[in-house]
Design a protein around this ligand. Structure first.
Ligand SMILES: Nc1ncnc2c1ncn2[C@@H]1O[C@H](COP(=O)(O)OP(=O)(O)OP(=O)(O)O)[C@@H](O)[C@H]1O
Ligand SMILES: [Mg+2]
Length: 353
């Protein structure tokens, strides 16, 4: 490249706008050597701009530049092509849209190309999230309709099974009938959880002491936990008043405790505590299981997401919805020392008790 042409390219790069642009811009001479690179492009490619200038981009190991920059340069030079565009290229964990166009001087002499790179990672993530939410809304409506349709025949089947049971001879027939009943109960549980999710019943708000509610829930859950070899314990004194539907909050605690017991396996320990956090009470259910890997943690609030063979993947979705109708929220995380912690936050009752 002649010194004259190089100067023209360098002039473009010296414009004050160049470095303040959010999009990455890079100018290449006809040999694919970098003449100018702005800060945004340097960040995207993780290069030091000063060292990068003068370097042949084909020699650097980025999938972007393997994208036949030299061939493209030829096509631009010969005038066969006037623009190049490629979207969603993955580089260093980011999604990039790349545009390239030839650069020519006032006499139409070919000077090289200009490459514009836009980091669209966040934008695409938001789009994906929106699409997922829309899909979930459709799936939700479908599930609600289906659950409603299943409920009535299911009630009939369960009723007739009850009548049938005593008529069956002892032995295998009764054994099979017990299995049928067990599975029918599971279907009924699933159907009512879906209905609760899609058409939540209006909560029956009362003044509720969370400590008392925890005590009551532990009493119900302790034998189930012990059967699985898990020790279950928790707060028994103090008072923590909230405005809540007792049964719904109990259901959240039961969901948390069941998950914790499932996670720790035998010889595990689950502890339930209530803590004061400024305007809120926090109910923590802590276990000493393996905790949640990041890819699971990202998905736990998606309907039907489960890692368990027998799981429905609805426990946390239902719990989140209940927490939100109470003006509260749920958090799930890992304990620094191992194990998981599920926390329900509820606003404190303004009156002091
Ligand atoms: N305490 C925990 N430790 C480890 N993983 C957990 C814990 N709590 C929840 N999880 C993960 O989150 C997933 C979703 O939990 P969720 O309660 O919503 O559904 P589930 O327990 O699989 O099924 P169900 O609808 O019967 O509750 C679980 O399958 C599990 O992978
Ligand atoms: Mg669960």
């Amino acid at each position: 490249m002649s010194a004259g042409k190089g100067k023209e390219l360098i002039k473009i790069g010296k414009s004050p706008l160049f470095n303040s642009l959010v999009d990455g811009i890079m100018i290449l001479d006809p040999d694919a050597c970098c003449v100018q690179i702005n800060q945004a492009a340097a960040d995207i490619f993780a290069v030091n701009p000063e060292h990068f200038i003068g370097q042949n981009v084909v020699e650097c190991h980025s999938p972007l530049f393997q994208a036949q920059v030299l061939e493209l340069m030829e096509e631009f030079r010969s005038g066969n092509k006037e623009a190049y565009e490629k979207r969603n290229i993955k580089v260093n964990q980011r999604l990039l849209d790349v545009f390239m166009t030839p650069l020519r001087d006032s006499k139409n002499r070919f000077l090289g190309l200009i490459m514009m790179v836009r980091d669209v990672t966040r934008e695409r993530e938001m789009q994906d999230k929106l699409i997922r939410q829309e899909k979930l809304a459709v799936v939700g409506q479908l599930a609600a309709g289906l659950a409603h349709e299943i409920r009535n025949p299911l009630t009939t089947v369960m009723g007739f099974m009850q009548l049938l049971n005593p008529l069956l001879p002892e032995g295998k027939a009764r054994e099979y009938a017990a299995l049928v009943n067990e599975e029918l109960r599971r279907i009924k549980g699933l159907v009512s959880e879906i209905l609760l999710l899609t058409k939540p019943s209006a909560p029956n708000f009362r003044d509720v002491d969370l400590i008392n509610l925890v005590r009551e829930t532990l009493a119900v859950m302790v034998s189930e936990a012990n059967l699985k070899g898990v020790a279950l314990e928790g707060v028994t004194y103090g008072q923590a008043y909230v405005r809540a539907d007792r049964e719904q909050i109990k259901q959240v605690l039961v969901n948390f405790i069941k998950n914790a017991v499932d996670a720790c396996g035998s010889r595990g320990k689950v502890v339930v505590e209530v803590e004061s956090r400024e305007q809120e009470w926090a109910v923590l259910v802590m276990d000493d299981g393996p905790g949640l890997p990041p890819e699971v943690l990202n998905k736990v609030f998606e309907p039907f997401f489960t890692t368990k063979e027998e799981g429905m993947g609805l426990g946390l979705v239902v719990s989140k919805q209940i927490a939100e109708t109470h003006g509260g929220r749920i958090e799930l995380g890992n304990w620094p020392t191992g194990g998981a912690v599920a926390t329900l936050y509820l606003p404190k009752l303004s009156r002091t008790h």
